[in-house]
Design a protein around this ligand. Structure first.
Ligand code: NAP
Length: 276
C-alpha cells in the first residue's frame, strides 16, 4: 500500500546518498527511493553488506552504487559524496542515517563507548552535511538534507544516554542548518522513528524477549503495533520529493503515537531501558 503512494516519477532525476543504506531502515529508504525513481548510492563500513544490498536494489531496476565509508572519518565521507557526484552527476539528497547504539548504564559506560556513539551519530551527521552542502546548493530540485533522530532524543533516554545526547544534538544541528541554508534552497529535516519492527535493536530488546515484554511494549503505542521500515522510508520519500518542498527545520515523528503516550505518563516506558 505504501509503495503505491508514490510512483517512479516521484524522485525522478534525483541522486541520493544514504549512509547505513545497506541494512535496516537505511536499506528500506534506499529501496523506496529506487522505487520512486532516484539514483542511489549507499555507504557504510561492511563491503559484503553493501555489495549484497546493491545487487538487491539493482534487481528491482535501480541505478545504484556503493562506497565503503566510515562516517567517523571526514575524508571518507567526502569521498562518498564525490562518488555520488562522479557516478551520477550530482547530489540532490543526503541522508545521514548511519548510527551506533547499545544499552549501557551511564555510571559504568566507558569513555570510548561515549565517544564512539557521539562520533558516528552526531559528528558523522555534521561531516555528511558539510561535505554535501555545495552539491545540495547546486541541486535544481532544491537540495535535501535528512538525518534520522529518534522520538527518545529530547526527553532523555535512560540506558542509552550517549545515543540520546547525540540524537538531540542532531535535531539541534539540523534546525540550525535549516536556517543557515534555507536561502540556498536546501531543506533540512529529521525523521524521528519510534520502535521499528524487524530491525536489529528492536528485535533484541523487544521482539526476542518473549510475549510479556512484547505485550508491554505494544501497550505503549496508541496504534498498537511496531512501526515498519516502510513507514520511515515513506516519510523520507515525502520529505525529499516535491511534496516536501515547503518543509524545513522539522522533526517528523513517525512512532504510532508512542511519544504522546510517554508524555501523558500512562506508559511503562521511562521505567525500562530500551534501545529504540
Ligand atoms: P542498523 O540496522 O543497526 O543500521 C545501522 C547502519 O549504520 C548499518 O547499515 C551500519 O552499516 C551503519 N553504520 C554503523 N556505524 C557506521 C559507521 N561508523 N560508518 C558508516 N556506517 C555505519 O540500524 P537501524 O535500526 O536501521 O537504524 C537506522 C537509523 O534509525 C539510525 O540512525 C537509528 O538510530 C535510527 N532509529 C532506529 C530505530 C529503530 O527502531 N530501529 C528507532 C529510532 C531511530 P555498517 O555496519 O556496514 O557500517
Amino acid at each position: 500500500m505504501i509503495q503505491e503512494a508514490f510512483n517512479s516519477d516521484t524522485l525522478k532525476g534525483r541522486v541520493a546518498l544514504i549512509t547505513g543504506g545497506g541494512s535496516g531502515i537505511g536499506f528500506g529508504i534506499a529501496t523506496a527511493m529506487v522505487n520512486a525513481g532516484a539514483k542511489v548510492v549507499i555507504a557504510s563500513r561492511k563491503t559484503d553488506v553493501l555489495e549484497e544490498a546493491a545487487s538487491k536494489l539493482k534487481a528491482i531496476g535501480g541505478d545504484v552504487a556503493w562506497v565503503q565509508t566510515d562516517v567517523r572519518e571526514p575524508e571518507q565521507v567526502k569521498r562518498a559524496v564525490e562518488t555520488a557526484v562522479d557516478t551520477f552527476g550530482g547530489l540532490d539528497i543526503m541522508i545521514a542515517n548511519a548510527a551506533g547504539n547499545f544499552v549501557v548504564p551511564s555510571a559504568t559506560m566507558s569513555l570510548n563507548a561515549w565517544r564512539t556513539v557521539i562520533d558516528i551519530d552526531l559528528n558523522g551527521t555534521f561531516y555528511c552535511a558539510q561535505a554535501a552542502y555545495p552539491h545540495l546548493k547546486a541541486s535544481k530540485f532544491g537540495g535535501r538534507l535528512l538525518a534520522i533522530s529518534t522520538m527518545r532524543a529530547l526527553e532523555g533516554w535512560p540506558g542509552c544516554a550517549h545515543a540520546g545526547a547525540a540524537k538531540a544534538g542532531i535535531i539541534s544541528l539540523i534546525r540550525s542548518l535549516s536556517a543557515e541554508w534555507g536561502a540556498d534552497g536546501i531543506r533540512c529535516n529529521t525523521i524521528a522513528p519510534g520502535a521499528i519492527g524487524n530491525t536489529l535493536g528492536v528485535q533484541k530488546i523487544y521482539e526476542d524477549q518473549g510475549d510479556e515484554v512484547r505485550r508491554q511494549q505494544l501497550a505503549q503505542i496508541p496504534l498498537g503495533e511496531l512501526g515498519r521500515v516502510e513507514d520511515i522510508a515513506a516519510a523520507a520519500v515525502y520529505l525529499c520529493s516535491a511534496l516536501g518542498d515547503y518543509v524545513t527545520g522539522t522533526d517528523l515523528v513517525v512512532d504510532g503515537g508512542r511519544q504522546r503516550r510517554m508524555q501523558e505518563g500512562s506508559g511503562a516506558n521511562g521505567k525500562k531501558e530500551s534501545a529504540a
